[in-house]
Design a protein around this ligand. Structure first.
Ligand SMILES: [Zn+2]
Length: 328
């Protein structure tokens, strides 16, 4: 079955979001009926294009291999940001990923969020996967939101469903910040946060690759991660053999890394993904003359999830994003 392309208009510039849909042809379906509906989104942050590359690569794969259900692909939810190479929505410098479900009469970012949300919600997805990029050197990972708006049993069930899909990516699974910070940071208004809390469907975020460039290995990881989930859902045969550098142990939770207390050159002492005990030295701060000003110490056991994108720090700056043990 050929791909179906539709367009969603938004904002004042008359630009469109592009949506490409692929359904398993009837003769290929093992089970009659509609099958699972999956929404794949990318480039909510305009400078994070791994997902865009992954969706473009997935399109012909899905046309050839989808045996069940329908996949709706949104290769860029922030096309102006993609064009301008900016994380935020250029028109108002807002983070699109804190605006969902958006507002038809709000700011440009809120209107864009509303247009995207209204379109994807109308497609009645069973699962949503949003593709992002963290930074060069980061461990590729899959991020789990918190269903803070749901009552206890429903919350436990929905979060377990999301966890199962996350595991199927083959990537290291990281839980979001604890509930209080999760809400304070408006993460329930991220796309996956809103999908979980409002649509009440399992939703996961894949973080792979550097920003601004299509790194072929990162695109490959993201493609394999998505195929792993589609395999888990019975939509492609057998899933994909995922070969990803998954960090053993866990469950893990995202945490702000230890902070520098001096000013100087930030020199990492460990590699991302390397398991570390509490009090291990994560990085050092040195003067330009080479003097050791500070050793920055891990406050808990865990590992560096993503290095800070900087080579100079001042007191109070986190030297990395950290992964620590999630307390069940
Ligand atoms: Zn992002």
């Amino acid at each position: 079955m050929p791909r179906t392309v539709s367009r969603v208009s938004y904002g004042s510039r008359g630009a469109d979001l592009v949506v490409v849909s692929v359904s398993a042809p009837p003769e290929r379906r093992a089970v009659p009926g509609r099958g699972p509906v999956v929404v794949l989104t990318a480039n909510v942050h305009g400078d994070e294009c791994t997902g865009t590359g992954a969706l473009l690569r997935l399109l012909p794969l899905l046309e050839a291999q989808l045996t069940q259900g329908t996949v709706h692909l949104y290769p860029s939810l922030n096309p102006d940001g993609l064009e301008r190479r900016t994380r935020r929505v250029p028109e108002d410098d807002q983070d699109l990923n804190r605006q969902f479900p958006g507002d038809a009469f709000g700011s440009p970012a809120e209107r864009l969020a509303h247009a995207a949300w209204t379109d994807l919600a109308a497609r009645r997805p069973d699962v949503l996967i949003d593709l992002h990029a963290d930074c060069p050197g980061a461990v590729p990972y899959v991020l789990l939101d918190r269903a803070v708006s749901l009552r206890s049993t429903a919350r436990t069930e929905l979060e377990a469903q999301a966890r199962t899909l996350a595991a199927a990516t083959g990537l290291t699974v990281i839980h979001e910040y604890p509930d209080d910070r999760y809400q304070r940071f408006r993460l329930d208004r991220s796309l996956t946060g809103a999908a979980l809390n409002r649509l009440q469907i399992p939703a996961i975020t894949i973080e792979a690759g550097p920003r601004l460039v299509l790194d072929p290995d990162a695109v490959d990881l993201a493609v394999r991660g998505v195929l792993g989930v589609l395999g888990q859902l019975g939509m492609v045969d057998g899933g994909a053999p995922v070969v990803a550098p998954s960090v053993a142990g866990g469950p893990w939770r995202r945490e702000s890394g230890p902070r520098a207390s001096t000013t100087g050159v930030l020199v990492p002492r460990v590699r991302p993904g390397q398991p570390l005990a509490r009090s291990a030295v994560v990085a050092e701060v040195r003067s330009l003359a080479g003097g050791l000003l500070e050793e920055v110490i891990a406050e808990s056991a865990g590992f560096v999830l993503a290095p800070a994108e900087r080579a100079h720090v001042v007191p109070g700056v986190a030297v990395c994003t950290w992964a620590t043990a999630e307390v069940a």
